[in-house]
Structure formats: structure tokens, C-alpha cells
Design a protein around this ligand. Structure first.
Ligand code: ATP
Ligand code: MG
Ligand code: MG
Ligand code: MG
Length: 563
């Protein structure tokens, strides 16, 4: 490709509104342009990188037994009604009507479509297991799209779905995806950790992992051990268990009217926050008084039920930093907190559920509607429970805990039978008995991965692409295109290097050498080959972008030098 005709408008200055390196570089190097908030065009360089990442993903998915298909982005709303997610998913789901006023949604994810697709086709254990994946544009009306393509409203995702006949089968499918993801992100040149994540009610322990690229701009915090493979999203990082004793007999809990009693709805109304916007609620005990801190989400919560996000902590006092750390919220995303003046709660059904699960109860018991903590539980021994801190022993007993910020680039999840039961996707087992398909789902943010790569691979002069995902292999330049010997050598090498299998970007523009070098550093192709003063001797200057190493090489030795 000749740079002369490359559609890659560059910018010298840092673009307004771009706060992080990847966003700035994608704009400056002409990889993307914004069309509307969180909606982008990928220009040729950006598209090339996407393609490289997609190819890595395809290779590893196919190797792991996946089969690529392509599902529609437009999905009938009835399917989402069947699964129960039409309401649950919330405003992140983009909705539309056709000319007959039938309801549709733009695909935010494809569990419903894939489950309805296979339910009519995969009807015998003999046809299982199956793993189907697609690489496709997804739509999520994020409350706050930001950071360029890291959190956008239209983005590219690889989503895969596995179907098994047994729990053991699902474990194997899951493990295969987990290993494929490790290969994919390693090949993309990323420093990442697979962390245990919050599986909610479905996944169970070990039932879900997020793949986190370590980066200060990450929105998640992970706790990991410095000397073992233990790593968890701080949402679920293990802290010592509190001692909670149930006082008195077990009995159904009922609503008790006290002046202090508030429901989540009342609390949120009082605070001017919509209940559905509460990302996390932490119950602190200050001087044995329960104090509820409601944290506003700084991103939209959709499939998360408020109740899952209760946590209890006994503190005499806590600094806002500790509260922020513990809740995983960002500064500014929660209002002023005065623990002493906090909101006195006495329980609504979520607290009842939380108290119950601390007492070893099970999920079903959450139908309790209300609890009076004072009456039904003696809460003591909370002194053991504290914020997980750096330097704490790791949950696996090996090494100590460190914290890092992470960008979630991938997510693997054991779904079990949630969707197959809701959508009646069944197969006949060996005994001719009808069973729901056992499912897993596995996502990778393809466009987010490109941005995450940039976060980890740049310097003050621009991008430093890892070889495997660079838009071109080589950047060939003439330093002075007006000199015949330079442009002749350039033309010759442009042909021979391409013939040798390299993807070459050739800058033979009549620009000053300084301008070309600046662009070259900004574009960040792994190797730069400059035809300059010694062109008449057939000698070029080769520079490795990452290390800055330079060497003079004769044109005949170039192919073997570049091996
Ligand atoms: P997040 O926590 O960042 O909102 P998520 O947990 O909602 O992500 P998943 O439903 O697990 O996302 O989707 C699979 C993958 O899709 C994520 O791991 C992430 O890499 C990517 N992804 C999700 N939302 C976005 C987005 N708004 N922009 C770009 N990529 C996204
Ligand atoms: Mg999300
Ligand atoms: Mg997430
Ligand atoms: Mg996720």
C-alpha cells in the first residue's frame, strides 16, 4: 500500500475529549473517527488491526472446536420476552419497531437467538457437544460511552455458545474456551490475568472468569496473588468470613414497621436515585448500627439484581477512599458519605437475603421479604471482616494480595440451563429422556481488545504494535523522494519485499524526512526501512520500532535479516 493514497488522516495534537492513550492514538493515527457518541467508523488502518485480531480469534476458536456462523443483529423482542430479559436488560438494550409496529431489539448479546436456533436442530445427545461462534457488531446503549472504542455503544464482539449433554461436558467446553482465550490474548501481545468473577446465581463457584488486561485505565479492580495463579475481581475477592449467629428460631421473616424502615425504592427516592441505577449497596456497621451506603452505578447495570450487591463490613470508621475501594466505585460516582450520618436501614428483602446467606441459608430463602436485623440476628464478630487489602494473604494461601486495574476484554461463563429451560431447548438423552441443553457462553470484545493493546503498547512518540496485530509488517520510506536513487531503490524494495510475503506500507511522498519519521513513529509498524543517503550503494537503514535499534543493511540481505 502506498501511503500517498492511504486514507488515514493523522492529527498532530491531542484531540479534545480523548482522555486516555488508546483513544488519543486511534484518533491521531487515523484508525477511527467518531460518528456519534460511542459509535465509530474504522478507517483502513483500524480495520486492518481489527482483522488481525479477528483472525487470531478465528484460528484459536476453530482449533478449540468452534464453528463460525453469523446470526442477525436484529432480533424479535418476543425471544427476549421468552427468556425474561426484555425488562431485565434495561435501557442498555436498543429497541425498535418495524413498519408493522412489531417490536425488535438490536443484538446486545445472542443467547436468545442461538438457543432458539439450536432448539429445533440439536435434539439428540448424539449431536453434542457443539460450540458455535460469531464475530459481529453488538449494540448496547451504554449510559456513558467513553474512552473511544473501549466502551462504545456499537462494538465488535466474538461471542461463542457451547451446548453439552452433561455438566462434565460443560466443564470441558469451558476449559477449552478458557485455554483458547489464554492463547488469543497472549498472541495479541497482552499482559492479562484470568480472574474469578461474580457468577450471580447461575454460574456457581469457578463458573465464570473475566480476562483482564492490566491497565490503569481499567474500570475493574482485580486482586491477585503475587506468587500463585489466584486472581479475582475485587467484587468477589475472598475476605475472611464474618461470624453471624442466628438468634432464636428460624421463622419466616415479615415486614416490621419501624420509623427507620425503608425499602430500596424509598431509599432511592429519598436520595433522588432510581433503584435500578444502584450499582452496589454496602451495609456498614458503625458502632453496631447498620448503615447502608448506596452507590450509584457509574455504568449501567442490567442483568444485575440489586440484592446481589449487598456486602457487610464492620467498621468503626471508614475513609471515603476505603468505601470507594470496597465498593469498586469511582471517585465522583457516589455522593458524600458520612458513615455516622448514614442512612439507617433496617432491612428490606435484599438485606434479608444477604443476612440469610451469611447465615448459610440458600438462594431460595431470599423470598423472605423482610428481616429485622436487631430482632432476628445477633450480629457480632464482624470485627474479623474488613476490607481486603494489599498484602493480605491470598485466598489460596499462596503469596500475598496485590491490586491492579483491569480492562475486561473477555468473559467466559457457565450458563447451565437458564436459557435452554426458558426457551425449551431440549435434547433426548441416552435413555430417551428429554433434558435441557447445558450451555456456556464466551465473549471477547474485539474492538475493545484493539484499544487494550494500544494501552499497553505505545510510547511518547506513538503506537508500538505487537507484530501479530500490526496493520502492516513494514514501513518503507524514502527520505528524499526527489532523489532518483532513493525512489528507485524504494520502488524496487516495495516490489521485492511484497513478493517475499511482507505487508508493506510505502511512504514515497514528497514530504520532509522529519515529517515521515514522525508519521512512522505514530503508526508504530514493527520495522521501518529508510532509503536515504546510501541508496546508491543499495544500503538502507532498518529501525526496530520497539527498541529503537538501528542498523544499516544491504538490500540483498534484507529478506533474511527480516526473518
Ligand atoms: P463491561 O463490564 O465492561 O460493561 P460486560 O461484562 O457488560 O462488560 P459482556 O456481556 O461480558 O460485557 O460481553 C463480552 C465482552 O464484550 C466483554 O468482556 C467486553 O470485552 C466486550 N464489551 C462489553 N461491553 C462493551 C462495550 N460497551 N464496548 C466495547 N466492548 C464491550
Ligand atoms: Mg456491560
Ligand atoms: Mg463486566
Ligand atoms: Mg462481562
Amino acid at each position: 500500500m502506498k501511503q500517498q493514497s492511504l486514507f488515514s488522516p493523522t492529527m498532530r495534537d491531542i484531540p479534545a475529549g480523548a482522555d486516555i492513550a488508546s483513544h488519543q492514538l486511534m484518533l491521531r493515527a487515523g484508525l477511527i473517527r467518531q460518528n456519534a457518541a460511542g459509535i465509530y467508523s474504522y478507517l483502513p488502518l483500524g480495520k486492518r488491526v481489527l482483522r488481525k485480531v479477528e483472525e487470531i480469534i478465528r484460528e484459536e476458536m476453530d482449533e478449540a472446536g468452534g464453528q463460525e456462523l453469523l446470526m442477525p443483529a436484529i432480533q424479535p423482542a418476543e425471544l427476549w420476552e421468552e427468556s425474561g430479559r426484555l425488562d431485565d436488560y434495561g435501557p442498555e438494550l436498543m429497541r425498535l419497531k418495524d413498519r408493522h409496529t412489531r417490536d425488535f431489539v438490536l443484538g446486545a448479546t445472542h443467547e436468545e437467538v442461538i438457543t432458539s436456533l439450536v432448539r429445533d436442530e440439536l435434539n439428540s445427545y448424539k449431536k453434542l457437544p457443539v460450540n458455535l461462534y460469531q464475530i459481529q457488531t453488538k449494540y448496547r446503549d451504554e449510559r456513558r460511552p467513553r474512552f473511544g472504542v473501549l466502551r462504545s455503544r456499537e462494538f465488535i464482539m466474538k461471542d461463542a455458545y457451547s451446548f453439552d449433554a452433561s455438566k462434565e461436558g460443560l466443564d470441558q467446553s469451558y476449559q477449552a474456551m478458557y485455554e483458547a482465550y489464554e492463547k488469543i490474548f497472549s498472541r495479541c501481545g497482552l499482559d492479562f490475568r484470568a480472574v474469578e468473577a461474580d457468577a450471580g446465581a447461575i454460574g456457581g463457584k469457578g463458573g465464570t472468569h473475566e480476562f483482564m488486561v492490566l491497565s490503569d485505565v481499567g474500570e475493574d479492580t482485580i486482586a491477585y496473588s503475587d506468587s500463585s495463579s489466584y486472581a479475582a475481581n475485587i467484587e468477589i475477592a475472598e475476605v475472611p468470613k464474618p461470624n453471624v449467629e442466628r438468634r432464636g428460631e428460624e421463622k419466616p421473616l415479615e415486614k416490621i414497621d419501624t420509623p427507620n424502615m425503608r425499602t430500596i425504592e424509598e431509599l432511592s427516592a429519598g436520595l433522588g436515585i432510581e433503584a435500578k441505577d444502584i450499582l452496589k449497596s454496602v451495609l456498614f456497621f458503625v458502632d453496631d448500627e447498620p448503615v447502608l451506603v448506596l452507590c450509584r452505578g457509574d455504568r449501567e447495570v442490567n442483568d444485575v439484581k440489586v440484592g446481589r450487591y449487598f456486602d457487610t463490613v464492620q467498621v468503626e470508621s471508614a475513609s471515603p477512599e476505603q468505601v470507594l475501594q470496597h465498593t469498586g466505585c469511582r471517585p465522583g460516582s457516589i455522593g458524600p458519605i458520612d458513615l455516622k450520618e448514614g442512612i439507617q436501614i433496617i432491612a428490606d428483602h435484599e438485606v434479608a437475603g444477604m443476612m440469610n446467606s451469611l447465615c448459610g441459608g440458600n438462594e431460595e430463602d431470599k423470598h423472605y421479604t423482610n428481616a429485622n436485623i436487631e430482632r432476628d440476628f445477633r450480629v457480632d464478630g464482624f470485627g474479623d471482616l474488613r476490607f481486603i487489602q494489599e498484602g493480605d494473604p491470598s485466598a489460596d494461601g499462596q503469596g500475598t494480595i496485590k491490586f491492579a486495574k483491569g480492562i475486561e476484554v473477555g468473559h467466559v461463563f457457565k450458563l447451565g440451563t437458564k436459557y435452554s429451560e426458558a426457551l425449551k431447548a431440549e435434547y433426548l438423552d441416552e435413555n430417551g429422556k428429554t433434558q435441557p441443553l447445558i450451555m456456556g457462553c464466551y465473549g471477547i470484545g474485539v474492538s475493545r481488545t484493539v484499544a487494550a493493546i494500544l494501552e499497553q503498547h505505545h510510547d511518547e512518540n506513538g503506537i508500538v504494535w505487537p507484530k501479530a496485530v500490526a496493520p502492516f509488517d513494514l514501513h518503507l520510506l524514502t527520505l528524499n523522494a526527489k532523489k532518483a536513487e532513493q525512489s528507485e531503490l524504494g520502488t524496487e524494495l516495495y516490489a521485492s519485499l511484497r513478493k517475499a510475503g511482507f505487508d508493506v506500507l510505502y511512504d514515497d511522498r514528497k514530504e520532509r524526512a522529519g515529517v515521515k519519521f514522525k508519521d512512522s513513529d505514530l503508526f508504530g509498524l514493527p520495522v521501518r526501512i529508510a532509503c536515504g543517503k546510501k541508496a546508491d550503494e543499495g544500503i538502507v537503514e532498518v529501525k526496530v520500532r520497539r527498541t529503537g535499534e538501528m542498523e544499516e543493511v544491504h538490500k540483498d540481505e534484507l529478506p533474511s535479516y527480516l526473518e
